[in-house]
Design a protein. Structure first.
Length: 111
């Protein structure tokens, strides 16, 4: 867990929560990708290493203190959605693994 300064400090929302996935590498001949994942709340951030597979499988490993279970589950859901879309995108000759995904959820938006 971190608070305040750092490269992600501007990602802390005033309310709600932000979920971030930043691609670090594509592996297994395009069938998987490694991401830096994070959950940002107004006062805290939680960092993860994530492995996403085009089968929809997601592995999340907390880099330090994990996010509360509800927030980690929402991060996992965003990662699974990205992983499941990868095979479809590749079949359509589109880049399967996005460089960056940032989602905000707040009051009335599932936050």
């Amino acid at each position: 867990m971190s608070t305040g300064a750092g490269s992600g400090s501007s990602l802390h929302p005033e309310e709600g929560v932000r979920f971030l996935l930043e691609r670090q590498a594509i592996e297994e001949e395009g069938g998987a990708a490694r991401y830096r994942a994070a959950v940002y709340t107004p006062g805290e951030s939680f960092e993860y290493a994530a492995l996403l597979r085009s089968s929809g499988e997601v592995e999340l490993v907390a880099v330090s203190e994990p996010a509360p279970a509800e927030l980690e589950a929402k991060l996992r859901a965003h990662a699974q959605q990205t992983a499941r879309a990868a095979a479809r995108k590749a079949a359509e000759a589109l880049p399967p693994w996005p460089h960056r995904i940032l989602r905000w959820r707040g009051p009335g938006r599932g936050g």
